[in-house]
Design a protein around this ligand. Structure first.
Ligand code: HEC
Length: 241
């Protein structure tokens, strides 16, 4: 009793207590609001995947990535895809669509046999998908994305390496003594004398490490489409500049 009287009575007036309570509750509200607005672990939350990504897999093939796992029957129906030159002209004829993504079921590979002879390299195309169903049965609706045929270091690979790899393999950190923030760096050897990227060799170390379940696939939080990008840039397009 005496302790309580001392604490409340002599040390703090009820007015002061009231003010402390008000300050505290304002502080708690501000923190709660900050958590709601930013998300508790905002820096670790990944940006949502784009609805549609497309990139060449070879001179005659295009990889298409959805943001959801797909129903195989509708994903492999080639009539649900259209490829039209951005500069105008007839749509390309697609002979097959194959769900190639063994991990998430989100990547479809389209084959365009005419491109073997016409080879429209470094040309902008609009890819439109319609009515492809997700694995849970809902339609993905109509989606469209523009991409440039062929894979080169300057586009789209440089931006890809910079966003996925260079925070650990760049100016501030050189994990594995390896840098991915320049073309010369990518072709460098890192911890030994063997180049990590070898033009035309998709079994070189940089590609193997980006395979699903391997170390860089996990560290860089890649998708199957990302693995296809680095593998095809090195294998189908000879790691060209
Ligand atoms: C979160 C950090 C991190 C990210 C992101 C990352 N790496 Fe690494 N990387 C490492 C570490 C740590 C090592 C060394 C240990 C090892 O070899 O696994 C390494 C090693 C490597 C090596 C072997 C180097 C050598 O010569 O020994 C290659 C090749 C490589 N990374 C490629 C990549 C590519 C390509 C990407 C982007 C798709 C990437 N890494 C993203 C951390 C990272």
């Amino acid at each position: 009793m005496r302790v309580t009287e001392y604490a409340l009575g002599s040390s703090l007036s009820s007015d002061a207590l009231q003010r402390i309570c008000t300050v505290l509750s304002t502080l708690v509200q501000a923190i709660a609001l900050a958590i709601v607005l930013t998300g508790c672990d905002a820096p670790r939350v990944l940006a949502p995947p784009p609805p549609l990504r497309a990139a060449s897999a070879a001179s005659y093939a295009v990889d298409v990535e959805f943001d959801v796992p797909l129903d195989r029957a509708s994903a492999e129906d080639a009539s649900r895809y259209a490829l039209t030159p951005a500069g105008g002209g007839a749509p390309a004829s697609i002979s097959s669509a194959t769900l190639v993504d063994t991990l998430y079921g989100r990547v479809v590979q389209l084959v365009i046999p005419d491109w073997l002879s016409s080879n429209p390299d470094t040309t902008d195309f609009d890819l439109t998908t319609s009515g492809v169903q997700s694995v849970t049965g809902g339609s993905t609706g109509t989606r469209s994305v523009r991409f440039r045929t062929g894979l080169s270091y300057r586009a789209p690979m440089q931006a890809w390496f910079d966003s996925r790899c260079s925070r650990c393999h760049g100016a501030t950190r050189q994990d594995g003594s390896y840098r991915t923030d320049s073309y010369a760096g990518l072709l460098g050897g890192g911890t030994n004398s063997t180049p990590n990227v070898i033009a035309g060799d998709p079994s070189c170390l940089a590609v193997v490490k980006c395979k699903p379940h391997n170390s860089m696939f996990n560290l860089a939080t890649l998708t199957y489409f990302d693995y296809e990008l680095i593998k095809n840039w090195v294998g189908s397009f000879n790691a060209r500049l």
